[in-house]
Design a protein. Structure first.
Length: 277
């Protein structure tokens, strides 16, 4: 579904929600109380400013007795083939997040990836696919990164392990460009980044990546991912444990100024390597 038609479909979702709510004799605040979000949030759904999470769509169906229509519409609209099924909802959530915190132990986070880096990562995992497939994945990743250029962009906190900086992903030139891109975003204060140096040794979350997302009118969520699956977590107790783990990781990292120097130094190393080959 094209971007324009997808937005039009979400607008229909909002119009239908408003009609069903009013038919039930409920105000936005009253429906919000029933589905555990604010009345303002219901208004944003109706105006297609924000998209509800799946569990909210289900509770709307239950409250308005709509026989699953909003869940079915949600599943239809959220089904973006450019992303793995377990990641589609995460993409929608990051568009409305006010704060995103990531811990990356092996790969540059998707929101920071350059086209060259994203292309190399995609090909490494999918060596027999067509060029069209690769470019579609790269374009989708670049589209996601647009949220960092919006006037209402989220606070973006990233903690990387130094091992992410060293492999020449896509070649030395592509890797240098990737690190220079990150350094520039740091200087522009688009991203707050800290690097865990090798000498730290063991650290929390060293076996997995983690993403935390916060919102204006919804509880925070956590997301963990392996090579073949991902898990979106909204259990408050588990999210709190994830937040503590992220705090421990951040505490083990170098401060931003020293991290920027390390990233710039790694970029220079890749440039030197490229010039000698």
């Amino acid at each position: 579904m094209a971007k324009g038609s997808r937005q039009a479909a979400w607008e229909f979702f909002g119009v239908e929600l408003k009609r069903r709510r009013e038919d039930a004799g409920l105000t936005q605040v009253e429906l919000g109380i029933r589905v555990f979000v604010s009345g303002g949030y219901i208004g944003q759904f109706e105006q297609a400013i924000r998209k509800p999470q799946l569990d909210v769509a289900r509770r709307i169906d239950e409250s308005l007795q709509t026989d699953g229509i909003f869940e079915r519409m949600w599943r239809s609209l959220i089904d973006d083939h450019r992303y793995a099924g377990y990641f589609v909802e995460v993409v929608e959530l990051e568009r409305s997040a006010t704060k995103i915190c990531e811990c990356a132990t092996s790969v540059v986070p998707g929101l920071l990836q350059t086209a060259g880096y994203a292309r190399a990562v995609t090909l490494a995992a999918n060596p027999f696919v067509t060029d069209e497939y690769v470019e579609e994945k790269v374009a989708a990743r670049q589209e996601r990164a647009c949220i960092l250029r919006d006037a209402t962009r989220p606070e973006y906190w990233v903690t990387l392990h130094e091992s992410v900086l060293r492999p020449p992903v896509g070649g030395a030139v592509a890797m240098a460009e990737q690190l220079e891109h990150i350094a520039e975003l740091m200087r522009q204060r688009v991203v707050w980044m800290a690097v865990i140096p090798y000498e730290v040794g063991a650290y929390a979350l060293m076996a997995e990546d983690l993403r935390l997302m916060e919102f204006d009118d919804a509880p925070p969520v956590a997301y963990t991912e392996t090579a073949f699956s991902g898990t979106l977590i909204d259990d408050p107790a588990v999210v709190k444990r994830a937040q503590r783990a992220y705090d421990l990781v951040r505490g083990a990292a170098r401060p931003p100024e020293a991290s920027l120097s390390l990233i710039e130094s790694a970029a220079e190393d890749h440039r030197r390597c490229a010039s000698t080959t």
